[in-house]
Design a protein around this ligand. Structure first.
Ligand SMILES: C[S@@+](CC[C@H](N)C(=O)[O-])C[C@H]1O[C@@H](n2cnc3c(N)ncnc32)[C@H](O)[C@@H]1O
Length: 235
């Protein structure tokens, strides 16, 4: 499991040298304007007390039995999230009228982003109590409406009737997916509309292939980031 966690993010490097090397890497990959905008935004977050920093799970209060099967709290680059949501909206613009669910929502960065992007309502599901509290604070500080976090293990979460998008940024091990996906399939039978699943930084695609109800739509590479798009309830 440790290895899987490292695939998503290597977060143990700290210090000035590391910080400088990150800035140089960003300047090279994102360009001056994007890097500058990011620095200003992070400074603003620091000033108003919004916290989107990475966080290990070791000392957090976790609900449920799946602590050792979860990845640490981190998030994708904004340009990647924008690209992923643009791709989703290209499939079906009506998803914006429904609920966006982030499984393993950490400090709420993605649900806040999705709400600002145009989704009607955003819900995060997170099993770490402290992360739920930080996310709720972040939502409040940024004055984001119709966005909230539910403190629950993903396996116990029931999808709401208006759900249109279920988003997974490599949140957990395949044994958790094996519990979550059959539940989603069963619950999706009550929904009137198609449900889209986004699997970012996917490493357990094979689990999705076990369910004929889940249709694979697209494998997408963007600036080195991989995303799989799926659909349930398709006509
Ligand atoms: C990579 S982070 C994703 C952060 C967030 N989706 C974002 O993009 O800003 C994965 C998160 O999943 C949470 N997590 C892992 N296993 C979980 C489970 N079984 N139920 C609920 N949350 C879980 C972790 O606590 C962590 O915050």
């Amino acid at each position: 499991m440790k290895e899987d966690q490292n695939i998503l993010m290597i977060n143990n490097q700290k210090g000035t040298f590391f910080a400088i090397s990150v800035v140089f890497h960003k300047l090279k990959s994102d360009g001056i304007q994007t890097t500058f905008t990011k620095i200003i935004k992070n400074l603003y977050y620091k000033i108003i007390g919004v916290d989107f920093n990475m966080q290990e799970l070791d000392h957090l209060t976790i609900k449920g039995e799946n602590k050792n099967l979860g990845t640490i709290c981190g998030s994708s680059a904004e340009h990647t999230v924008t690209h992923v949501l643009d791709t989703l909206v290209d499939f079906d613009e009506s998803v914006l009228d429904g609920i966006f669910v982030d499984y393993g929502s950490g400090k709420g960065k993605l649900i806040i982003f999705a709400k600002n992007y145009g989704f009607k309502h955003c819900i995060g599901v997170e099993f770490a109590k402290e992360l739920c509290e930080i996310a709720t604070k972040n939502i409040k500080k940024l004055k984001i409406k119709d966005t909230h976090v539910i403190h629950s293990d993903a396996v116990d979460f029931a999808i709401p009737n208006d759900a249109r998008v279920l988003y997974f940024l490599n949140p957990f091990h395949k044994s958790v997916f094996e519990q979550v996906l059959p539940k989603i399939i069963a619950q999706s039978k009550n929904l009137n509309r198609e449900l889209y699943i986004v699997y970012r930084a996917p490493i357990y695609n094979e689990v999705f292939q076990n369910y004929p109800e889940i249709k694979h739509l697209k494998k997408d590479y963007f600036r080195g980031d991989l995303t799989e798009f799926y659909q349930i309830n398709y006509k």
